[in-house]
Design a binder for this molecule. Structure first.
Ligand code: PLP
Ligand code: ZN
Length: 433
């Protein structure tokens, strides 16, 4: 009797491949591939119990917040897993953020606390593990910064050469520093991210390099665990909403897949609504949502949230399905709203990069519009760490100089005690006013 195995299936033509086939797109029609795992024989409740038992594991793959859920990620991987470990990120409650957003039951899932400072590590541990399984000799990605940082680190861990392709002048300094430090060959292209992705796609085929952008279905299996882990942290009692910043739409797609599998397999009784939040200057998916997705949009993107400065999202069709299957919504917020949300998240000691704050700004927007109703429980995902983009912080506090109490300009003083006292008295007056 044959044991059921994970299969890759083309979402466009249905063509099936084994889980160790090295194609990153359908070889027949170039459509995007999707993984289908065998359903657990014992049912969803038993699987949830198994995942809960593994919370006590301190070493080996099951100590990872990704591989703890291996039956829903890549069941066949074992000895070849490339892991730091990653995941196990906290679900935080901060009154100041909840109050600002006008959402009393607001929780923050802080993915910036992954090993390289973003959620990308969850997808990359699976992607680089898969690269090893298919015998890849090098890996590559196009990136707005975080994918490249993560790929560089995991490739170093696996001993594989990495190529990172980034748009010139549009990558935050912390991310660029990571790609260089971890040893990736970094190509800076005089074009935007969308063009970088086209190039990475073409080059990987020509050069035989394994492509690890989020069109690669193994990346999405890892990113599903953001949702699985937050459900586990809530005792498998789903929140009413999950809000996520949306750029290339890999997360939106992955979240939808995680929720539909968890529901189908009986791990949760109902599905939370997804809220995908774009920056207004890079909001093709939001435009599509507002006309019932009758056509695909493409824009020239302009937002200072560089991680989501994307005009032609690769996972469009998958993300449409995720929004439809979860009765989800898509909205967009201005850069000013993003910066204000970030200042609130930063100011309570949590901290995140600009794109991450889009989920919190989106919570406020949806609550004000009455889409999120009073008393509903909302999880907003913070996708990246505050140190990813230090220039955004200094720009905000020093150059933009927002009104008190948010502005926090550094004060230059002479090296004397009097100068310190004088400066702090000014500060105290400022705080009282
Ligand atoms: C910090 C951060 N937030 C959000 C996103 C957007 O995620 P997705 O492309 O899955 O929509 C990215 C992608 O690079 C990111 O780095
Ligand atoms: Zn196909």
């Amino acid at each position: 009797m044959s044991v059921p195995q994970t299969r890759q299936r083309c979402a466009s033509c249905g063509h099936e491949l084994s889980d160790t086939d090295a194609h990153t797109r359908c070889p027949r029609c170039q459509g995007l591939l999707e993984l289908h795992h065998p359903e657990p024989t014992g049912g969803g409740a038993e699987l949830a119990r198994l995942f809960d038992q593994r919370l006590a594991v301190r070493t080996g793959p099951h100590a990872s917040g990704v591989w703890r859920f291996s039956e829903m990620v890549l069941p066949a991987a074992s000895g070849d897993i490339v892991s730091y470990p990653e995941g196990n990120t906290p679900l935080l409650q901060r009154a100041a953020v909840a109050e600002w957003a006008g959402v009393s039951e607001l929780l923050l899932k802080h993915e910036g606390l992954n090993p390289t400072g973003s959620f990308k590590d969850r997808g990359m541990t699976v992607g680089v593990t898969q690269a090893r399984r298919v015998g890849a000799t090098a890996v590559a990605c196009a990136s707005t910064g975080n994918t490249g940082a993560s790929l560089a680190a995991y490739a170093a861990l696996a001993g594989l050469p990495a190529v990172v392709i980034v748009p010139q002048g549009q990558v935050a300094i912390g991310k660029m520093a990571q790609a260089l430090a971890y040893g990736a060959r970094t190509l800076v292209v005089r074009a935007n991210f969308d063009r970088c992705l086209e190039l990475a796609d073409e080059a990987s085929e020509r050069l035989g390099v394994y492509l690890l952008n989020s069109i690669n279905p193994f990346r999405l299996e890892g990113q599903k665990t953001i949702v699985l882990e937050l459900l586990q942290q809530l005792g498998w009692e789903p929140p009413d909403w999950i809000l996520v910043p949306a750029g290339n739409l890999g997360n939106t797609a992955a979240f939808g897949k995680a929720l539909s599998e968890a529901r189908r397999w009986g791990m949760i009784g109902r599905v939370p609504r997804l809220g995908a939040v774009q920056a207004a200057g890079a909001a093709p998916f939001s435009a599509g949502f507002h006309e019932a997705f009758v056509r695909r949009h493409r824009v020239e993107p302009h937002t200072l949230a560089t991680a989501i400065n994307i005009g032609n999202p690769a996972s469009w069709d998958r993300a449409v399905r995720a929004i439809r299957e979860t009765d989800g919504v898509v909205t967009d917020v201005s850069d000013d709203e993003i910066l204000e949300a970030k200042a609130v998240v930063d100011g309570c000691g949590v901290g995140c990069e600009p794109a991450s704050a889009a989920s919190v700004a989106g919570a406020r927007r949806l609550a004000r519009e009455g889409v999120i109703r009073p008393g509903e429980r909302v999880v907003a995902v913070l996708t990246g760490h505050v140190l990813k983009d230090p220039a955004a912080v200094t720009r905000y506090h020093v150059e933009t100089a927002p009104p008190p109490p948010r502005a926090n300009r550094p004060v230059e003083i002479e090296p004397s005690l009097e100068a310190i006292v004088a400066a702090l008295q000014v500060t105290a007056r400022h705080l009282r006013s």
